[in-house]
Design a protein around this ligand. Structure first.
Ligand code: ZN
Length: 42
């Protein structure tokens, strides 16, 4: 079973729509914005 890791690697990396930074560990809520840009204070 070597499928899982490869599967996740093959997933398209999410990028922040605003700054273009890669987004990790985020569910697909909030669209495609990183924590930095998604900060309520900004
Ligand atoms: Zn950003």
């Amino acid at each position: 079973m070597l499928g899982l890791v490869e599967f996740f690697k093959s997933l398209p990396k999410k990028k922040c729509n605003k700054c273009g930074q890669d987004i990790f560990e985020k569910a697909d809520c909030y669209g495609n914005i990183c924590d930095e840009c998604d900060h309520p204070a900004r």
